[in-house]
Design a protein around this ligand. Structure first.
Ligand SMILES: Nc1ncnc2c1ncn2[C@@H]1O[C@H](COP(=O)(O)OP(=O)(O)OP(=O)(O)O)[C@@H](O)[C@H]1O
Ligand SMILES: [Mg+2]
Length: 361
């Protein structure tokens, strides 16, 4: 006897949406198990909200199917209406009802006896730490407190799935990380499957178990935050998560020669133009010793000299821009803490071979 596998809470198969002849969501498939937070991450206009709206049932796909707990809820013929999907929604403009108290807002969509409703509202207000504001009206709360009320309201009916569209974007920058962490703890506690839409990589890295990186209607890469950051599929995917430096080269044999020495570039035909992509924190910096730099090593390759153009202290790190002597281009290096060499100082840069990414240009 084999146990029946548990179907994912939410599954989306080959979802497609076309506006004016243009596909804005194109063959999107993914699934989310209970208790997992998946972030749909991508630049403005890539089709994130459209994907969410089809799952919520407020927009209809042109192709593809949506399943909840293994049951079909929507294809191009059959469609469970939005109010019967047991899917919670929380959008950027999470308008609370201004004439209802905090407790009434949270209890608004609840069914069941008065005692059951009261118990659920109390439970959630406790979890979002707003018990003492139960009888306040929304206008008397801070932005962050209002956001927590909206979250409690969305979770009150125990939706198996919660769809969140840029839910933190209206909040003060300094508040956001705390509220993200609180929200995440509550979502995990409730065991909800969450699809969170954001265009901020920092937010996706902080919140997601899995990231779906979307571009022009398609999912171009998926995986844990660590994998997307450390093994991007292409130059644009690398650039989405941080500043990058790009070194150009052309393959000769299995190597690409550059001013920083030869890079191994197997799998690319002779003559292929190559982008070697390096994040600023993976450039190594060394001092100039009367015109000489450090000796080349297999890990760091050959050093190349640059002149400090500008150095800025950013709090956790310093960002130093070098004008490279080999072609006059700018490379950016970031260094932990305070490192502010004077403009005009010559220094040597090296590229850690295990931390750069190689793509065909
Ligand atoms: N009802 C509509 N009619 C025509 N075009 C639409 C419609 N809704 C969305 N679009 C287009 O589809 C594309 C994707 O829109 P969508 O709102 O899904 O983007 P998004 O990824 O959520 O972007 P943002 O981060 O700016 O919210 C955009 O080019 C948008 O103009
Ligand atoms: Mg959107």
């Amino acid at each position: 006897m084999s146990a029946t596998p548990i179907p994912p809470r939410l599954e989306v198969q080959s979802l497609r949406r076309v506006f004016d002849g243009q596909p804005v969501v194109d063959d999107v498939s993914f699934s989310i198990p209970a208790g997992q937070v998946t972030c749909l991450l991508g630049p403005s206009g890539c089709g994130k909200s459209t994907t969410l709206r089809m799952i919520a049932g407020v927009d209809m796909q042109d192709a593809g199917r949506i399943f909840v707990d293994g049951k079909l809820i929507c294809d191009t013929v059959f469609r469970v209406p939005p109010e019967r999907r047991a899917i919670g929604l929380m959008f950027q403009d999470f308008a609370l009802f201004p004439h209802l108290t905090v407790a009434e807002n949270v209890g608004f969509g609840l069914k069941g006896s008065a005692a059951e409703k009261r118990a659920r509202v109390e439970e959630l207000l406790g979890k979002v730490r707003l018990t003492r504001h139960a009888n306040s009206y929304p206008h008397a709360l801070s932005g962050g407190e209002q956001q927590r009320v909206a979250l409690a309201r969305a979770l009150a009916p125990r939706p198996g799935i919660l769809l969140m569209d840029e839910p933190f974007s209206g909040l003060d920058e300094r508040l956001r990380d705390d509220i993200r962490d609180d929200t995440l703890a509550l979502l995990k506690d409730e065991g909800t499957a969450v699809l969170l839409v954001t265009h901020e990589p920092h937010e996706a890295m902080r919140m997601a178990d899995e990231i779906l990186l979307m571009r022009s209607g398609k999912i171009v890469q998926r995986g844990a935050p660590y994998n997307l950051y450390n093994a991007p599929v292409d130059r644009a995917a690398a650039a989405f998560f941080s500043d990058i430096n790009v070194l150009k080269g052309r393959v000769q044999g299995a190597l690409t020669p550059t001013p920083f020495g030869d890079f191994l570039t197997p799998g690319h035909a002779d003559g292929t133009e190559i982008d070697i992509v390096i994040r600023p924190q993976h450039l190594k910096i060394d001092f100039d010793r009367a015109g000489r730099g450090p000796n080349p090593t297999p890990q760091d390759g050959t050093p190349a000299r640059g002149i400090v153009e500008r150095a800025r202290f950013l709090g956790r790190e310093s960002l130093v821009e070098f004008r490279m002597e080999f072609d006059g281009s700018i490379l950016r290096a970031s260094v932990p803490n305070v490192f502010l060499p004077k403009p005009g100082t010559p220094m040597w840069l090296m590229i850690r071979r295990d931390r750069c990414f190689v793509f065909a240009a």
